[in-house]
Design a protein around this ligand. Structure first.
Ligand SMILES: NC(=O)c1ccc[n+]([C@@H]2O[C@H](COP(=O)([O-])OP(=O)(O)OC[C@H]3O[C@@H](n4cnc5c(N)ncnc54)[C@H](O)[C@@H]3O)[C@@H](O)[C@H]2O)c1
Ligand SMILES: O=C(O)C[C@H](O)C(=O)O
Length: 337
């Protein structure tokens, strides 16, 4: 269709850390229509801190030079009240990435306070219907901090990203089974975006078969697959000398696209605020199997059968989230209730 004649209102998307590595891989895909579809105009609010503004001007010049027909406006700012003004989506990417030798939780003290300010600014400036996806690590706890700092925005509109982990897990299983990755489905990563995450191979499928019927090597599934997925971020930092960027940006596109359209039977891993589903501690932001219905509402898939092994892995990851919350909220003076 001719996008110039589109009558659709633009979707306004804020991206923090827009001049960073993930930002550079993400913006061009949003602008090209990969996130919201080929006939949906987008307005981009690019947010950086002051030292990043010069590089951001260069990124904006490159966006201009693509002449993307869907882009209606590009805002560049280091002022959060401008950056989050009337946005439909806030993609919180900007924050310090971990370096070799660090765990994601080591970033708690460095990045946590950033999400207080961003949560408040979203609360005061974004559309009430705004949806917020946190990518900056430790993303689950940062999302919780942003959510607590935005009391007027419903908790259900805050998300953190484990789709990269789901995509990684699917590829590991496909390669082991010798099948194309599109054959792997119903794969949920549970818990924290940290090495403790649990990629649930017991409920996943390859074609119409259970993964465990196709890959019968339990030792490989438990002792190789699970840790390889949990440590994939570190493996990339060790190999590249920098944390994943293009694959992370791709997972942002996947997450937002799949939260914006009906799931048609597939599930996806998204960190959402727990209501106690499957025994998860209420109030944390943890990864659960999510489906979106025809009205665009997400919900946690019911009826997943978890083995004792799975329950133990998920409980351990959620315990880590409780500990992260205690440390971060203590440092920031936030109340858990
Ligand atoms: N959840 C995931 O699956 C996942 C995957 C990959 C990376 N990450 C995380 O994403 C974050 C960004 O990674 P990156 O590789 O793009 O890092 P980067 O260092 O390349 O870029 C970060 C950008 O954010 C900007 N920034 C820093 N503080 C900011 C703030 N308060 N407001 C706005 N912008 C700010 C910086 O100036 C920089 O341009 C890191 O925390 C990284 O660990 C998460
Ligand atoms: O591992 C990291 O620190 C970066 C990111 O969270 C990843 O999973 O690649």
């Amino acid at each position: 269709m001719n996008t110039f004649s589109s009558k659709k209102e633009p979707i306004r998307v804020a991206v923090t850390g827009a001049a960073g590595n993930i930002g550079y891989a993400l913006l061009f895909r949003i602008a090209s229509g990969a996130m919201f579809g080929p006939d949906q105009p987008v307005a981009l609010n690019l947010i950086e801190i002051e030292p990043g503004m010069k590089a951001l001007a260069g990124v904006a010049m490159e966006l201009d030079d693509c002449a993307f027909p869907l882009v209606t406006e590009i805002v560049q700012t280091d002022d959060l009240s401008v950056g989050f003004k009337d946005v439909d989506w806030a993609l919180l990417v900007g924050s310090v990435p971990r370096k070799a030798g660090m765990e994601r939780a080591d970033l708690l003290g460095i990045n946590g306070k950033v999400f207080v300010g961003q949560g408040k600014a979203i609360n005061d400036n974004a559309k009430p219907s705004v949806r917020v996806l946190v990518v900056g690590n430790p993303c689950n706890t940062n999302a919780l901090i942003a959510m607590k700092s935005a009391p007027d925005i419903p908790n259900e509109q805050f998300f953190a990203m484990t789709r990269l982990d789901e995509n990684r897990a699917k590829t590991q299983l496909a390669q082991k089974a010798g099948v194309p990755v599109k054959e792997v489905s119903q794969l949920c990563v549970w818990g924290n975006h940290s090495p403790s995450m649990y990629p649930d191979f017991e409920n996943a499928k390859i074609g119409r078969q259970k993964v465990t019927d196709v890959i019968q090597d339990q030792a490989w599934l438990r002792d190789t697959f699970v840790p390889v997925v949990g440590q994939r971020g570190k493996a990339i930092i060790d190999a590249r000398g920098a944390s994943s960027a293009a694959s992370a940006a791709n997972a942002v596109v996947d997450t937002v696209r799949d939260l914006s359209s009906p799931s048609h039977g597939e599930i996806h891993s998204v960190c959402v605020v727990s209501r106690g589903e499957y025994g998860t501690p209420e109030g944390i932001i943890t990864s659960l199997p999510i489906r979106v219905d025809g009205a665009g509402q997400w919900r946690v898939m019911e009826g997943v059968k978890l083995s004792e092994y799975a329950k133990e892995k998920i409980a351990a990851s959620n315990k880590e989230l409780l500990e992260e919350r205690e440390v971060a909220f203590g440092q920031l003076g936030l109340s858990i209730s």
